[in-house]
Design a protein around this ligand. Structure first.
Ligand code: SF4
Length: 95
């Protein structure tokens, strides 16, 4: 088995550093998952630019008749202030 700590110097070996880095990355991933769906959803919202959000409607398609819209001015998928009369590429009609 490879050593994580050099027996002579007591310092971390390169393999030890890699193992610690992997542990840290795994811990960060676990923390982001365990933070809860609200935080995870907020962190994964799309930017208005990428969603091609516009403050005006696309014909009859508007945020306030989209499944993702949350009154008074929010969206589950797109970050920032969202106008009820706006629209973006992620539009999904309410049933
Ligand atoms: S159209 Fe829907 S998905 Fe797009 S910004 Fe408006 S509420 Fe969000």
């Amino acid at each position: 088995m490879h050593e994580l700590i050099n027996r002579r110097s007591g310092r971390l070996t390169r393999r030890g550093l890699l193992a610690l880095g992997g542990f840290a990355a795994g811990g960060a991933a676990w923390l982001s998952v365990s933070a809860g769906p609200t935080t995870a959803a907020a962190a994964s919202k799309e930017s208005q630019k990428l969603a091609r959000y516009q403050p005006g409607p696309n014909g009859k398609l508007r945020c306030d008749n989209c499944l993702q819209w949350r009154p008074p001015s929010s969206c589950v998928l797109v970050e920032g202030d969202i106008s009820p009369s706006g629209w973006c590429l992620l539009y999904a009609p309410k049933r």
